[in-house]
Design a protein around this ligand. Structure first.
Ligand code: HAM
Length: 437
């Protein structure tokens, strides 16, 4: 029996090995693009509605940027970065997230002399173990605000995300918030936490034992049930917050209450990146399995100075496009809008004329979704294609229509006789369709 070659070793017709996408990195096929575009377009509209401006930064940065911002002893920097030596020996990395690059860009381009509300989108890269909702190349839409210190802006970015879910028709997302305090408050808490956890050192999972020395706050979000049970009785950071931090947090809570955005305070929400202080938040769904956090962020007041800029407060978040797209698809997200019309042209003369008439229709009905049949063929085969394309109308021309200066218009979705319309009438019909959709 001949065993068919496995996909990884399949032989291409030319004799070479078929090349495949890298594990955890995916092609985005036309059938999926519609939902991505709807998310991206809606996010852009919402962000512009709040006065945010887009920024685009390179995908590759010097490795040191991520080490200094995300933190040397985080999972991302320790084990997940795609780092490589440039030809001159510099260590470069594919960006694992957008905040560090954005901070570098605002410092380097002198944008910090006034407050900035920025957003970005694009691919990020982390060498994680791929699974549902977790990829090695994934995409984020992120927001970073610089130079605003009060709780009003923390509230704004959270309300903005809530508005985005509403605009996308997503329900059932849960908001969790916490305050990580300021550096001094965290340091005092850290000491007490280490002291407490040390008493249970042998019962902690291996990762948490290691983190006890390097990054003890991360023990709080360990997934191990035994560690979780120990953590449940640990002292909480909330009890170590000073008056100002408490006030800041209380103001955000009051704002969320007033705006009727439900949330829960999760004292164990610590985030996997080191730059946060005070407010942190996550939006979580139960519908996507283990990787249910679709959006996460918080305040990071020390990072700009830490990367060499002037002392500037900051707050932001990033949402995971793949996870949100999956959620939109689960809840019946709309795919790519269907074609308005498919142009069928029978005979040599008509095939020459069809592309020109299609151009005139596009001029007369801007934005019309019109596909012209290419490659010839019988009326029957072209009409089949028209039907398969999902278009609402087939526009038909042959010698007879051209002689009389009309276009045959046949509805493909409703029972109706074929009509003959002039070019302006056809354009009006297609334009009206668009207004209705
Ligand atoms: P993050 O929590 O690392 O935060 O990522 C934000 C979101 O990106 C996650 O909630 C998730 O939806 C998505 N995401 C992260 N890793 C993956 C992955 N491997 N596959 C698929 N989706 C993923 C940040 O990146 C911060 N820069 C957010 C921020 C901006 N904080 C302040 N400003």
């Amino acid at each position: 029996m001949t065993v068919p070659p496995s996909p990884a070793t399949a032989t291409a017709p030319g004799g070479g090995r078929n090349l495949q996408a890298i594990r955890g990195m995916h092609d985005l096929l036309p059938a999926q693009v519609g939902t991505w575009q709807r998310l991206e377009d809606t996010a852009r509209q919402v962000l512009e509605g709040y006065g945010y401006a887009e920024i685009r930064t390179p995908i590759v940065e010097v490795t040191e940027l991520f080490k200094r911002s995300i933190g040397e002893v985080t999972d991302i920097v320790e084990k997940e970065m795609y780092s490589f030596a440039d030809r001159n020996g510099d260590s470069l990395s594919l960006r694992p997230e957008g905040t560090a690059s954005c901070v570098r860009a605002v410092i380097e381009n002198g944008l910090l002399n006034q407050s900035q509300r920025l957003w970005y989108r694009g691919p990020m890269f982390r060498h994680e173990r791929p699974q549902r909702g977790r990829y090695r190349q994934f995409h984020q839409i992120g927001v970073e605000v610089f130079g605003l210190a009060g709780p009003d802006i923390d509230l704004e970015v959270i309300l903005l995300t809530a508005r985005l879910w509403r605009a996308l028709g997503l329900t059932g997302l849960r908001l969790e918030i916490n305050s990580l305090g300021d550096a001094a408050e965290r340091a005092a808490y850290r000491e007490e936490l280490v002291c407490y956890l040390d008493g249970y050192r042998d019962r902690l999972d291996a990762d948490s034992q290691r983190r006890l020395a390097t990054n003890p706050l991360r023990v709080l979000d360990s997934k191990s049930p035994e560690t979780q049970a120990i953590v449940a009785a640990a002292p909480t950071l909330m009890d170590h917050l000073g008056a100002q931090t408490r006030e800041h947090f209380a103001a955000i809570r009051a704002g969320l209450d007033a705006a009727a955005v439900p949330y829960c305070v999760n004292p164990r929400l610590v985030r996997g990146l080191d730059y946060y202080n005070r407010t942190v938040f996550e939006w979580i769904t139960d519908d996507l399995g283990a990787q249910g956090t679709v959006c996460a962020g918080g305040r990071y007041d020390g990072l700009v100075a830490q990367l060499g800029g002037c002392d500037t407060t900051a707050v932001g978040f990033a949402l995971g496009i793949e996870r949100l797209v999956e959620l939109m698809e689960l809840t019946g997200g709309r795919a790519t809008p269907p074609l308005d019309a498919y142009f069928v042209a029978v005979g040599e003369w008509a095939q020459r004329e069809a592309p020109l008439l299609a151009e005139r229709l596009r001029d007369a009905a801007p934005g019309v979704r019109l596909m012209t049949h290419c490659g010839g063929g019988s009326f029957k085969s072209q009409f089949k294609r028209a039907d398969k394309s999902g278009a609402r109308y087939a526009l038909v021309i042959g010698d007879s229509e051209l002689e009389r200066g009309v276009i045959g218009v046949k509805s493909l979705r409703e029972e109706a006789e074929q009509r003959e319309l002039s070019l302006p009438e056809t354009a009006d019909l297609l334009a009206a369709r668009q207004d209705a959709s």
